[in-house]
Design a protein around this ligand. Structure first.
Ligand code: AMP
Ligand code: ZN
Length: 467
């Protein structure tokens, strides 16, 4: 078994990964807030988590993976001011928050399949776990960490000694920095809502009774309640984007530890942001393309996956359609070698054949080294560059393709052969060429081109590939 090393935000270093229970990994991923379509930046984050899961599976770990769906309580300002994002969208579009949640959750789950992302053990919705959240707030209250003001129940961050430690926050600086729109009754600026009261003059679509009054949960309590319910008070890995470090994850840690007095998770893995034109992609800025729009432009989910893996998850990556076109071409160059499996290759038994075992080992080692996906792709390029019509054993190439599918989720093994009819045309074209009938030979080439099939003429035969 290979040692997996992961950069851990908790320790600010790359740690060797060791799960709490031998052979089992419990992992929680902060999922989307379903008030809009996900943008390509959101999908980067989930593709990256998928690779981590695939790596763990390759090392024979059993996985318990929980992903939440935030369908209530995420306010327009992460620090618990402003409006509920779903309720705001509902009002603007004259629908209910329930309709908004259903629609975008459905879209998210469908696209999860489109991208061939690993199915988690469970997707959990915040609105299905209100009683668990109320129960957790009650425990926080009984430990003396909460207080009630006019608009909700808040967590007193000054009572949790290590509050600033996780994100290395400068609380004094935060306290003195100019902020508008925060509730002046909060004891400390960093205090956050555990439960918010419904406005007195308006009925919200989503609201529930609680010991403190009718209202709805805060975004952070949802993740604490659901992660601990399914994975226990301390689990192995908690993941999210870097935007979660200063507020959302800091608050999750504070309120969970206030109750359990033990770490919430041992490894915290955060992916960096994706930018477009130098700006972070964000739903509120509306500057991110949707997956469906990218696919409509002729790209496949494999192009997108490959593009995501071209940058390291901790570096800031730039999204552009030009970059995606390069990924598309890279993927085609891999396919060109894989479809040799369907062709009559001339293995030259006097020359050494391509060795697939060493690259396999290298790929696992690069992934185990804090998910170094750019180096994984480079290794694959180098291997495919070595392959030609005479130097590989088909069973070994097939086996390697299955390995790549498992580890990177490309579904390369489902690339189809061309039809018998097209194969016959290629033979016919060779005959035309032998007869120097260039016009007929060219007609066949054009016909195949129109079906996105290209031809490479070698002395002994013509080889086809997809364009
Ligand atoms: P949200 O729906 O806004 O809560 O975000 C869902 C996930 O996408 C979270 O893990 C965010 O950290 C992540 N995310 C948001 N914007 C970006 C971005 N521009 N690049 C990468 N990940 C992002
Ligand atoms: Zn979360």
């Amino acid at each position: 078994m290979t040692t997996i090393k992961l950069y851990n935000t908790l320790t600010r270093q790359t740690d060797n990964f060791e799960p709490i229970n031998k052979g089992l990994v419990k992992i929680y991923t902060c999922g989307p807030t379903v008030y809009d379509y996900l943008h390509i930046g959101n999908w980067y984050t989930y593709i990256r988590k998928d690779i981590l899961i695939r790596l763990l599976q390759s090392q024979d770990f059993k996985i318990q993976w929980i992903i939440n769906i935030t369908d209530v309580g995420h306010l327009t300002d992460d620090q618990d001011d402003g409006e509920d994002k779903l309720q705001k969208k509902a009002t603007a579009t004259r629908q209910t928050a329930w309709q908004i949640a259903d629609f975008y959750t459905q879209n998210f789950l469908e696209l999860w399949q489109t991208l061939n992302l690993t199915q988690p053990t469970k997707f959990v919705k915040a609105t299905d776990h209100i009683s668990d959240q109320i129960e957790l707030i009650t425990q926080i209250e009984s430990k003396g960490y909460s207080y009630v003001i006019n608009d909700g129940v808040y967590f007193d961050t000054s009572l949790f000694q290590d509050y600033a430690k996780f994100s290395q926050l400068d609380l004094d600086e935060q306290q003195t920095s100019q902020r508008i729109n925060h509730n002046p009754d909060k004891k400390n600026l960093a205090d956050f809502a555990l439960w918010k009261f419904s406005p007195k003059d308006k009925k919200r679509d989503m609201e529930w009774p609680s010991p403190w009054g009718i209202g709805f949960p805060g975004w952070h309590i949802e993740c604490s309640a659901m992660s601990m319910k399914y994975l226990g008070p301390t689990f192995d890995i908690h993941t999210g984007g870097i935007d979660h470090i200063p507020v959302h994850h800091t608050n999750e840690i504070a309120q969970s530890m206030a109750v359990t007095n033990q770490p919430l998770a041992n490894y915290w893995i955060h992916s960096n942001h994706v930018t477009v034109n130098g700006q972070k992609i964000s739903k509120s800025l509306g500057n991110g393309l949707r997956l469906e729009d990218i696919i409509k432009q002729g790209f496949t989910y494999q192009d997108i996956r490959l593009h995501v893996l071209e940058s390291h998850y901790r570096s800031q990556s730039k999204f552009s359609l030009d970059n995606l076109t390069n990924s598309h071409n890279r993927f085609l160059s891999w396919q060109e070698k894989i479809v040799l499996l369907y062709q009559n290759n001339q293995l030259n038994s006097t020359l050494p054949t391509v060795n697939f075992n060493q690259p396999k080992e290298e790929i696992i080692n690069y992934l185990a080294d804090d998910l170094n996906t750019p180096m994984v792709l480079k290794t694959i390029d180098q291997l495919f560059n070595q392959i030609n019509y005479t130097n590989f054993k088909p069973s070994e190439l097939k086996d390697f393709v299955v390995f790549l599918d498992q580890i990177l989720g490309f579904q390369l093994s489902s690339i189809d052969d061309i039809s018998h009819k097209n194969k016959d045309l290629i033979i016919q074209r060779s005959d035309y060429k032998k007869q120097s009938n260039w016009a007929e030979a060219d007609k066949i080439r054009q016909h195949l081109l129109s079906q996105k099939i290209g031809l490479k003429d070698e002395p002994d035969q013509s080889y086809w590939y997809y364009l």
